[in-house]
Design a protein around this ligand. Structure first.
Ligand SMILES: Nc1ncnc2c1ncn2[C@@H]1O[C@H](COP(=O)(O)OP(=O)(O)OP(=O)(O)O)[C@@H](O)[C@H]1O
Ligand SMILES: [Mg+2]
Length: 519
């Protein structure tokens, strides 16, 4: 007679022998158990198969083989709606909100009231306020169009949308990539409440510290196979990293010769309402300048303003001793030798239906044109292939469509595109968001090489450890002002954090505004 093991609660969701292949196998003979009342972290390098598994669980992809059961019953969702009806909710890595609709409409997209009568709209707004308040978004008007929100807020709305419905299993695919620490805390508090109520939560993230903080068990995927499942409390971070990346060396960052040359970019008095207040700084050839600060402190606004992506009210940008540049839009910036990698990957307009190689070389195609319209295939291929290897882009060939790559690998393609382009000044906004630990080191190496070749780099990052490893100087922004700049060797984590908060002192709104990560 079988004896039930009381220490091992029965799984709520059981995945058995799941397989999925596209051109190559993506998931192989995969077993996973999710218990009610647990937060189960799913970790793995970019392209390991995490999002594919979450899409299968949530009815967006059908597996080639394998079975699933939910609460002991066979579970075979053929659509996302079917999964939702069974109580399985998903927050996707690439948010799929409808930008033209309001926050309230996005929250209840799948069950909007049939007729938009006055009562229905009022009821919808009331439900929306309730759902938003639960995540601390008390000040967000549910009538706002989603297109007007920053990426962090969009991420919270997507989370609120999943949580606004009954939920037995919740799958979160990198839900905090764009959130501030205060927002992450609110989201975590909510997840803990759901866990206490018996929900099974599958939590995907590249942030190791965060995983340790929130999860009960960790499953590591490598190349589509489960390599370990263990209690989070026992997990040593370096062991997890080794399991994730296998024999791929994570390596250390090489030291660079920190002796910058002449001024390559001069920014004077950049002003944009209250968001940017009289920001001035210089970056030299061969120098990496970090921009630290809370989310909303003006870091992204600064690089966007330099690149001409947003209008400014005052200020001048020049290339070294040259005259002020007239930058009416990104095209002018690129012509002046300034490139930018924005924080929102979607803004990069990756051509999702086109091959990886074309996405890498598109901006520089003229360089590969031999005669009038004859593209030098071999040269283009060589350049793209070299970058693919350097950044460890996981695609089965350079001809794979960019839309088929995993989220982190798409980000690497975006970086590659700008590396091929010979800009003298490069502005990076959160360059390693969504990128796995090993690939991050590869990106840092490339940034170091660019600086060593005399490029001037500005790097915005929420990870202080990243800035401290990379930069020659770190400028700290607070409430739209550049408050101080530290040289290498002069900074400390405490001093940077204190500077980041300095302009908010006494305003009482700091807690809501963001994070300076200390991981
Ligand atoms: N529709 C598709 N067609 C072809 N290949 C695909 C498709 N969807 C995913 N893949 C491939 O499956 C593999 C796993 O992708 P997946 O998105 O599951 O990775 P991931 O673990 O979520 O990575 P990341 O950390 O970068 O988000 C990748 O190699 C990807 O190219
Ligand atoms: Mg993914």
């Amino acid at each position: 007679m079988a004896i039930a093991n009381v220490a091992e609660p029965l799984p709520l969701l059981r995945v058995r022998g799941v397989e999925k292949r596209y051109a190559a196998p993506v998931l192989t003979d995969l077993d996973l158990d999710l218990r009610g009342g647990e937060i189960h972290a799913l970790m793995g390098a970019n392209g390991a198969g995490k999002s594919t598994l979450s899409r299968i669980v949530c009815g967006l992809t059908t597996p080639d083989r394998g079975t699933m059961s939910l609460g002991g019953e066979p579970y075979q969702p053929h659509s996302r709606r079917a999964a939702q009806r069974a109580g399985v909710q998903l927050v996707m890595q690439e948010l799929n909100l409808v930008p033209t609709l309001s926050v309230a409409e996005n929250l209840f997209l799948t069950d909007l009231p049939g007729r938009f009568g006055f009562v229905a709209v009022a009821a919808l707004l009331a439900r929306a306020v309730e759902a938003l308040t639960a995540l601390g978004l008390n000040e967000l008007d549910p009538r706002t169009a989603v297109s007007r929100l920053g990426i962090g807020q969009q991420q919270l709305v997507a989370l609120a949308a999943a949580l606004a419905h009954p939920c037995r299993v919740l799958v979160l695919d990198e839900p905090t990539a764009a959130l501030t620490s205060a927002e992450i805390e609110l989201a975590f508090a909510h997840l803990r409440r759901l866990r206490a109520a018996g929900t099974a939560i599958l939590y995907i993230s590249h942030r190791l510290e965060e995983i340790r903080q929130i999860s009960d068990r960790i499953t590591v995927l490598r190349d589509g196979r489960v390599v370990a499942t263990q209690p989070a409390a026992d997990a040593a971070l370096d062991e997890i990293v080794r399991l994730m990346v296998g024999e791929r060396a994570v390596g250390a960052l090489d030291q660079r010769d920190h002796s910058p040359g002449d001024v390559a970019l001069r920014v004077e008095g950049l002003t944009r309402g209250k968001r940017l207040r009289n920001v001035s700084f210089e970056v030299r050839k061969g120098e990496i300048l970090g921009l630290a600060g809370l989310v909303g402190s003006g870091r992204t606004e600064t690089v966007r303003a330099i690149f001409g992506a947003d209008r400014t009210h005052a200020g001048r940008v020049s290339r070294g001793p040259g005259p002020p540049l007239t930058i009416a839009g990104p095209k002018d910036a690129v012509r002046a030798g300034i490139g930018m990698i924005p924080e929102d990957r979607k803004e990069q307009a990756l051509l999702l239906s086109q091959p990886v190689r074309m996405n890498m070389t598109l901006a520089v195609l003229p360089a590969f044109v031999r005669r009038r319209w004859w593209i030098d295939d071999a040269r283009e291929l060589r350049a793209a292939n070299e970058l693919r290897l350097r950044l460890d882009v996981r695609s089965h060939s350079l001809n794979q469509r960019a839309g088929e790559l995993s989220g982190g690998n798409q980000q690497k393609v975006v970086i590659a595109r700008w590396l091929l382009r010979e800009c003298d000044v490069l502005l990076f906004d959160e360059p390693t968001r969504g990128i796995d630990v090993a690939a991050k080191i590869a990106v840092y190496r490339v940034l170091n090489e660019l600086a060593a070749r005399g490029k001037a780099l500005v790097v915005v990052s929420s990870e202080l450890a990243e800035l401290m490893a990379l930069c020659d100087r770190i400028a700290v922004m607070s409430a739209g002002r550049l408050v101080t700049t530290f040289a290498r060797g002069e900074w400390s984590e405490d001093a940077i954090v204190a500077a980041a908060f300095s302009e908010y002192a006494g305003r009482g709104d700091t807690a809501r505004r963001g994070r300076v990560d200390s991981c």
